[in-house]
Design a protein around this ligand. Structure first.
Ligand code: DCT
Ligand code: MG
Length: 524
């Protein structure tokens, strides 16, 4: 970060200059491959402002769109924000274009929908500026005023996040608050991000925040800055901050928590290479595995890989006992195409079959040479206890955290087929590790296995499906709105002084008087 940017971050550089700075930064990144040859976009600066325009132009270019700086005959799509049809049309006429009649004049929603889709979306009625004018005369101004709940469990949040520009920034700031153990700010920022993820529209002006819960002054100021400048300077400076970078890097190693990361930072370490080669550092067994398989584990698990791992584990479990079920949970159950690990619940109708099942399955994985690491945790709850009051606390099920060796040949999406791997021949002169990596035909995958008694299955499924924010708000709602307690084992009604049973997630939502939220709508 330059000193000018640092001063900007502190608000010392006047806004105009800051905007110029942002524009320079954005322009410098504008050489990107054009993926969509058939259209050329022009974004109207009027009422949008030059920095936001520059930011949007750069965003589109990064995504493979061609965006021209000047309105010429080659432009096919004109995108505007907050302008009326008459204003824009008069202006286009004044430009004396030969193809003005063929131009597609669109409002910003077509642009944001296309950015979210990563390709030009079909032009629908609502994208056309002309139509919007007609609509505006009959209907209230967009976005619609629909009350948004302060609890994520009363909102539907799909993976189609229309507010990435804001949530990416707020997520980074929230993560840093978590690093600093500033719980209040972490929760406040996570809640605001979560609200934005549930909105069916993109925030385009400050007034859009007026009806929304969870937006305090500090967060509003950040949104305003992004609306005006396209970026948030606190985020930009954080991304260049030594301590933040080190914490992020060190905690990316499996088995390294914040305490260890901070210790290494204080000792002067800045890279993983330095840590690995340090003579006097001692590592836990988990951290050793974390360093050994670092590349693979930090390369997101894809759905096809998760399914292949599921198939292996399911086969092994069926060898142990036929009536067992394996259920994929976590991010993959919420519809994500990739994740940092694969989370599975294991359950038998007859709970007695659970005895030693997990150990047997893990031993079978090991005897087939498929187990790279295993951390086993015994069940820690004998008798039924009241649900925990802590939102983020670990449950009491018997479980194990594994690193599994997945043969690339077993992954069915083509990109990692065995043939493509066998074509790689080690070239002469490489070191032993280089050669090993080139012919490595497997990937290390992080897997969590949890054994769940059948009568607690619905609660465990609900808890392990996430997202983290969805779970936190579900428990908060249960506590504050229903005077009940919920965790991965059960639901307790404090008024009735009784546990409420449930066989399905739907029944749990019904006990809580909540509309059912599908797993893919829990990406809060
Ligand atoms: N979980 C929770 N509280 C935590 C950690 C996890 O409620 N502190 C729940 C929510 C998700 C589930 O457990 C699985 O956790 P992760 O694998 O960490 O999350 P994920 O959503 O599956 O994310 P990823 O796709 O990156 O694995
Ligand atoms: Mg997961």
């Amino acid at each position: 970060m330059s000193s000018a940017e640092k001063l900007g971050a502190m608000g010392i550089i006047p806004k105009r200059k800051r905007q110029k700075k942002v524009a320079e930064v954005c322009n410098s990144h504008s050489k990107h491959e054009v993926r969509f040859q058939d259209l050329i976009i022009f974004i109207v600066e009027r009422k949008m402002g030059s920095s936001r325009r520059t930011f949007l132009m750069d965003l589109a270019r990064k995504k493979g769109f061609r965006v021209d700086d000047i309105l010429s005959d080659s432009v096919t799509h004109v995108v505007t924000e907050n302008n009326s049809w008459n204003e824009i049309w008069d202006w286009i006429q004044s430009q004396k274009l030969s193809n003005a009649d063929k131009l597609k004049v669109l409002n910003i929603s077509w642009f944001t929908d296309s950015m979210a889709a990563g390709k030009p979306v079909n032009i629908e009625q609502q994208h056309k500026l002309q139509e919007q004018k007609v609509l505006q005369s009959n209907l209230p101004l967009a976005p619609p005023v629909v009350p948004v709940s302060k609890y994520a469990c009363q909102r539907r949040s799909t993976l189609n996040n229309k507010n990435n520009i804001f949530t990416d920034a707020l997520d980074i700031l929230a993560e840093n608050f978590e690093f600093n153990e500033n719980d209040g700010a972490f929760v406040a920022f996570s809640r605001a991000t979560s609200v934005l993820k549930s909105l069916p529209y993109t925030i385009s002006r400050m007034a859009d925040l007026d009806e929304l819960p969870c937006f305090g002054d500090e967060i509003r100021a950040i949104i305003e800055e992004i609306l005006e400048d396209g970026v948030c300077f606190k985020v930009e400076s954080l991304l260049c901050d030594e301590k933040y970078k080190a914490r992020k890097l060190f905690t990316s190693v499996f088995g390294v928590g914040l305490k260890t990361a901070d210790k290494w930072y204080r000792q002067g370490f800045r890279t993983l290479e330095e840590i690995k080669s340090a003579k006097d550092l001692k590592f836990t067994r988990m951290q050793k595995a974390g360093f050994l398989y670092y590349e693979d584990i930090n390369n997101a698990v894809r759905r096809a890989e998760a399914e292949a791992v599921g198939q292996i584990i399911e086969n092994i479990l069926h060898e142990c006992t036929p009536d067992v079920t394996l259920t994929l949970t976590g991010g993959f159950r919420r519809g994500k195409e990739s994740g940092h690990d694969v989370d599975f619940l294991i359950s038998c109708l007859d709970e007695e079959k659970h005895e030693n099942l997990l150990r047997k399955a893990v031993n079978k994985l090991a005897s087939r040479g498929l187990l790279l690491y295993c951390d086993f945790m015994e069940a820690t709850l004998e008798k039924r206890k009241l649900p925990s009051k802590m939102y983020d606390v670990m449950d009491h099920f018997e479980k194990c955290f594994l690193i599994v060796k997945l043969s690339k040949a077993l992954v069915k999406d083509g990109s990692l087929s065995a043939s493509s791997v066998s074509e790689v021949r080690p070239h002469s002169g490489g070191t032993e590790t280089e050669v090993e990596n080139q012919i490595k035909d497997w990937k290390a995958i992080r897997v969590d296995l949890v054994i769940v008694p059948p009568q607690q299955f619905a609660f465990a499924l609900l808890g392990w499906t996430g997202s983290r924010q969805f779970e936190r708000d579900l428990r908060r709602y249960t506590h504050f709105e229903k005077n009940m307690m919920l965790d991965n084992h059960g639901l307790y009604d404090k008024n009735k002084k009784a546990f409420l049973e449930a066989k399905t997630e739907e029944e749990i939502f019904a006990h809580l008087d909540l509309e059912y939220i599908e797993p893919w709508e829990r990406n809060a």
